[in-house]
Design a protein around this ligand. Structure first.
Ligand code: F6R
Length: 614
């Protein structure tokens, strides 16, 4: 989290470029923002503002900042409140610094410096890095030697960029655990948390590796590794587009992204399936650098919404390919000493490809000899670069913090992967695989029907009843249970109303106690083999005064409709792939409720799009 950017430019001011970069990085955090440049006398001057970037923009408009060297930051608070004092850049002597991540040994380092009489201006761990570097410079070290001394003293996952007073052609940059990319321009140099922020400035990018730090000058970058040795890191021409994504005619990015799902699922599937126009359709995934026949187990690691994609993927892979699958939250997997069998795979699912826990879980798998794989949306992200086998999703940039199209494209990619594995392992005949793939390609049309039908209008009406509720229960069975959990997550994160997703069969083992007169209960219940059982759960809810909101398909609406106060109906699709279609109404319900409550839909409080801290 936190977005960082730096620029050494030639015949223009750095601040407008830095601000534009911060706009692209705002998805990483929006608690405060700031910019520092080296002005006329070569000393860093800074401008900071609490809250969103708009506040910083007002100040920059009022008094533009001068200077050809600069750094910028957008913050997701970890140490100290989200006020102007704790906003980056931080200054220490000649140093201005911006930082992403956490210095885990901040306390002893701060105490060590305090004992020497150093005083601090902020509560941040960032200032500790700057003060350590300053101490080394005071002891007579060169900037390079100061970095070489300070880097090994810092524990945690972080990236930072520094400017030095009087050094108009120098930037120090470091990466350990959170991303940082260097950008090489024509007599100019840049760095940023991601290639998206660099794309309008240059396409020539060097990705730092773990433990690397760099001395960046307009003429280029010198990179050192953890051991202090000079290393060559390859320069790549990034494919990331620099075009700023707009909202079009939609009110929010989330609304736009919900409406893009038919299209982006279509792109994702077209990239992964061959022969749709011919006799037999078959998967065309990137070459598998492993033998699918001998794959012993797949361990899926992911966080949040991506982990729900993994849970649905588990059902599909086990059913179609007969490989055991375990789906683990990456933050738990890392610390529970998992047993990973020989010939197994660790599969990371991530929109951003940068989520720290997911990246580290993948690395843990690699260290234990597992085949590493990723389902990733952002090309060139850390997971996309580190996994040996990558299935790309083609959701395009997802700007709304609440994930929508990334989730459904992850499902589409996992569906094709399940079919491909089934085919390769002989668990599916080519005809059966063809049938599954063809029914999968009907999903985009079903989603179009949902988005152009009565679901949105109905969800809007339901939302007006939900805004005053304190809790909403989401229930389902099988893959619909996972859709229920995703629905509850989406609902609470943008409406700030408590919501809980539960397996319908477990309701009577606890959550039923929550139900009283008027408690809303969203049932995700298509007509499938479990319908009869879900029906009795609905009756139990009704008997206690609960209000049923039913998310179902056409047949389910006929069967359960009379028990529900409200019905959000999707077209009947292959039951195997139904969770993709059933997700859309729960997204819309969350969106409409947030809208009715007037919350900040695209940038909900306390959240950030890319979680690069633990
Ligand atoms: C919820 C949401 C998060 C992300 C999670 C993983 O709407 O967006 O739960 O799914 O932070 O992010 P990625 O997929 O980037 O690893």
């Amino acid at each position: 989290m936190c977005g960082i950017i730096g620029a050494l430019v030639t015949d223009r001011d750095a601040a407008p470029l830095l601000f534009d970069g911060l706009r692209r990085l705002e998805y990483r955090g929006y608690d405060s923002a700031g910019i520092a440049t080296l002005d006329g006398d070569g000393r860093p001057t800074r401008r900071r503002a609490a809250g969103k970037l708009d506040n910083l923009q007002t100040s920059l408009y009022a008094a533009p900042m001068k200077g050809r060297s600069g750094i910028g930051h957008t913050r997701w608070a970890t140490h100290g409140p989200a006020n102007e004092t704790n906003a980056h850049p931080h200054l220490a002597g000649p140093i201005a610094i911006v930082h992403n991540g956490i210095i885990e040994n901040e306390k002893p380092l701060r105490a060590e410096l305090a004992a020497e009489g150093v005083t601090f201006e902020s509560d941040t761990d960032t200032e500790v890095i700057a003060r350590l570097l300053h101490r080394e410079l005071q002891r007579g070290s060169s900037p390079e030697d100061a970095m070489a001394t300070v880097m090994p003293r810092l524990a945690g996952a972080f990236a930072f960029v520094c400017l030095l007073a009087g050094e108009d052609d120098l930037m120090l940059a470091a990466r350990q655990g959170t991303p940082l990319a260097l950008g090489l321009g024509d007599g100019e140099a840049f760095c940023a948390s991601d290639a998206l922020a660099l794309a309008p400035l240059t396409r020539r990018v060097v990705y730092l590796e773990e433990g690397d730090w760099a001395v960046l000058r307009r003429s280029g970058a010198e990179v050192r590794n953890r051991a202090g040795e000079t290393v060559d890191r390859p320069e790549v021409v990034t494919e990331v587009s620099g075009a700023l994504v707009g909202k079009g005619n939609f009110r929010h990015f989330m609304e736009k992204e919900i409406h893009e799902q038919d299209e982006v699922i279509g792109y994702t599937l077209r990239g992964l399936i061959d022969g749709l126009g011919g006799d037999i359709a078959k998967p065309s995934l990137p070459a598998m650098p492993f033998d699918p026949k001998t794959l012993s187990k797949i361990t899926i690691v992911a966080c949040g919404t991506a982990s729900y994609a993994g849970q649905i993927g588990k059902y599909w892979i086990e059913r179609l390919a007969r490989v055991p699958v375990e789906c683990d939250l990456a933050s738990e997997f890392r610390y529970r000493e998992p047993v990973l069998p020989e010939g197994g795979m660790v599969l990371a699912i991530s929109q951003s490809g940068e989520t720290l826990d997911t990246t580290e879980a993948l690395r843990l798998g690699a260290a234990q000899g597992q085949i590493t794989a990723g389902v990733v949306n952002v090309p060139e992200s850390t997971i996309a670069r580190e996994a040996r086998f990558v299935i790309p999703t083609k959701a395009g940039p997802e700007i709304g913090v609440a994930s929508t199209k990334a989730f459904t494209t992850q499902l589409a990619a996992l569906a094709v992967f399940a079919v491909a594995l089934g085919l390769e392992r002989g668990a599916l005949t080519p005809e059966a695989a063809d049938g599954h793939l063809r029914s999968l390609t009907e999903i985009p049309a079903a989603i179009r029907t949902i988005l152009h039908g009565p679901v949105i209008r109905r969800a809007e009406a339901i939302a007006h009843d939900l805004v005053d509720k304190h809790t909403v229960l989401y229930l389902g069975r099988g893959t619909s249970w996972t859709v229920a959990m995703e629905g509850a997550l989406k609902f609470k994160e943008i409406s700030y109303i408590h919501a809980e997703g539960y397996a319908a069969g477990e309701m009577k083992h606890g959550p039923i106690a929550l139900i009283e007169e008027g408690t809303p209960v969203v049932f995700v219940a298509p007509e499938d083999g479990l319908a009869e059982k879900t029906l009795s759960n609905m009756r139990q809810v009704r008997a206690r005064g609960g209000e049923v909101i039913l998310v179902t398909d056409e047949k389910g609406a006929d069967r359960f409709g009379e028990l529900a106060e409200h019905v959000l109906e999707v077209p009947t699709v292959d039951p195997l792939w139904a969770p993709i279609a059933l997700t859309v109404p729960v997204q819309v319900l969350a969106y409409e409720t947030a809208l009715a409550k007037g919350t900040d839909v695209d940038q909900p409080r306390n959240l950030a799009k890319s979680v690069t801290v633990e």
